[in-house]
Design a protein around this ligand. Structure first.
Ligand code: ADP
Ligand code: MG
Length: 515
């Protein structure tokens, strides 16, 4: 597996007292499968139900209960694997991962260890640096995707002297998606999760609701010296990389970034002080912005993995996989490529518009039969800009696709200028009225009547002999487009309340000033 980069990928360097350091990251994402029932029982997966109401005898691990695989979960895992362009393993197997915890009544988690259902794949990640850096894309190798059960939930804050256990989550199906350590900056880590989320949401295999914990990431971070990562890529030898720490259960893009940044600096400090990084599992404290140790890292043998004797190996047919493949929806990368090809958009603009399915759909509704670039600008700059600033979901947008289309039509047929359109847009948001209604009511129609514009031009030329002289001087100096002309354009636009057709203003001014 090689890492390919389309556009130059910036190197992220941390300056230490003893020289430069770089960061290496690999992520394990737990995505709850979108299904009605749990992985091995018929109990509901509904969120927010009364505690312990979605618990079957299997989930409560009553003696003698036997797990039965939910085929819908298998299908979702295969679908996700195909979306990650990964190898689908026709043979996979369930293993018991043994450990004790009060919210794990079985005393083991059923997972897939040696034979996961999905093997190696890859994913394109798009990074948009916050402070004006150039956007770029890179490829992350996927190590595997396996099926496993979620545990229940221990509740420590309901009573001062007791812990309660809610088993509603116990047995819910998860996909654990493990990346290769191909991620090199905290921003890339957040971008990776963002892209993975957009893929599973597009596939309909996970709802991607991070606030509910339905998609959460364990972030592995290590640091190394410049050049060491390249040696690792060449040889595949992890020995070139530093010891990693795993930060558990991150469910926000911002926290993923903050936590990995903090963690890298913490490790550098330890190493520069002559110490060693302990391989451990850490938690991110969102209040202090620091990570702290949760437990030292267990090894696989501590869990005493062995094949679950209650479950047969999972064998699927290639024809089953092919059938799922044929039903895959258009994924974000494909949609992006289509937007570039069909609408003539830049890869960056297409990326913004295709990051989420509803945004893409909105754009396509607006762009249909209209100027593509103009539509893209109005959708992503003006409307999405407004929704972002005000933290409004697209579904709640005060301006519908057809209403925005109506505004764009008025620009295209020159009823209003692009500048006036911004005023109209603000009024559309405020009043909920259609663009045409607002333009009529406010008298915002563009003045293309040359007679009316000429009158304003004459007035302004007569009142400003000094500026006229300046234009003439600049012309005499050989300037094809005298700067002072811009001043006149501004004045005329102002004089017309912004309604004059800018092109007509330019032409009339040039004629009257003899340019
Ligand atoms: P485990 O199951 O013990 O967590 P894995 O081999 O499955 O171990 O790796 C877990 C994650 O750690 C993977 O996403 C992998 O890419 C990442 N990883 C492995 N080595 C490093 C390293 N040196 N630095 C950063 N991440 C790493
Ligand atoms: Mg792990």
């Amino acid at each position: 597996m090689t890492v390919t980069t389309a556009t130059p990928r910036p190197t992220y360097t941390l300056k230490g007292a003893t020289g430069d350091w770089e960061v290496v990251m690999g992520l394990e994402v737990h995505a709850q499968i979108a299904t009605k029932a749990k992985l091995f029982s018929g109990a509901s997966t509904q969120y927010g139900a009364e505690p312990n109401s979605n618990v079957s005898l299997v989930d409560a691990a009553m003696p003698g209960m036997l797990p039965v695989i939910n085929e819908a979960c298998v299908e979702q895992a295969v679908r996700t694997g195909l979306g990650l362009k990964a190898q689908i393993n026709l043979f996979s197997r369930f293993d018991r991962k043994n450990y004790f915890y009060p919210d794990l009544p079985q005393g083991y988690q059923i997972s897939q260890f040696a034979h996961p259902i999905v093997g190696e794949g890859e994913m394109m990640v798009d990074v948009e640096p916050a402070h004006g850096g150039e956007a770029y894309s890179f490829t992350v190798g996927i190590e595997r995707l396996h099926l496993e059960q979620d545990a229940g939930k221990s509740i420590h804050d309901m009573a001062p002297d007791a812990t309660y256990v809610d088993l509603n989550r116990s047995g819910v199906a998860l996909m654990e998606i493990v990346s290769k350590p191909h991620i090199r900056t905290p921003l890339e880590a957040a971008a990776y999760v963002r892209k993975l989320r957009s893929i599973v949401v597009a596939l309909g295999t996970c709802d991607g609701d991070m606030e509910k914990g339905n998609l959460r990431a364990d972030v592995n971070v290590s640091v190394c010296r410049p050049g060491d990562y390249e040696k690792f890529i060449e040889t595949g030898d992890f020995g070139h990389l530093g010891t990693r720490c795993e930060i558990k259960n991150m469910n926000s893009f911002r926290f993923i970034q903050q936590a990995s940044e903090y963690e890298a600096k913490r490790q550098i400090e330890i190493l520069e002080g002559g110490g060693e990084v302990d391989q451990e599992t850490r938690l991110f404290d969102t209040v202090t912005g620091e990570t702290r140790s949760m437990r030292s890292k267990e090894d696989a043998h501590d869990y005493r993995y062995f094949p679950d004797p209650d479950l047969l190996p999972l064998e699927i047919e290639q024809s089953y996989v092919d059938k799922i493949k044929a039903s895959l929806p258009e994924l974000p990368d494909e949609k992006r490529a289509r937007f570039v090809a069909d609408y003539g958009l830049s890869s960056y603009d297409a990326g913004v518009l295709t990051a989420e399915a509803d945004k893409a759909e909105f754009f396509e509704a607006v762009a249909k039969g209209r100027d593509n670039r103009l539509s893209a600008n109005w959708v992503s700059q003006e409307l999405f800009g407004y929704l972002n600033r005000e933290d409004v979901a697209l579904a709640d947008s005060p301006v519908s696709a057809s209403a925005l289309g109506g505004l764009i039509d008025l620009i295209s047929d020159q009823t209003i200028s692009g500048k006036i359109a911004k005023t109209v847009f603000a009024l559309m948001i405020e009043t909920g009225d259609e663009a045409g209604v607002i333009v009529e009511r406010e008298g915002l129609k563009q003045v293309t009547d040359t007679g009316a514009i000429e009158a304003v031009v004459d007035e302004i030329i007569a009142a400003n002999p000094e500026q006229v002289a300046q234009v003439q001087a600049q012309k005499a100096e050989g300037h094809a487009k005298p700067k002072a002309l811009g001043w006149f354009v501004g004045q005329v636009m102002k004089g017309s309340g912004g309604k004059a057709n800018p092109q007509a203003v330019n032409e009339i001014l040039k004629a009257k000033l003899g340019l």
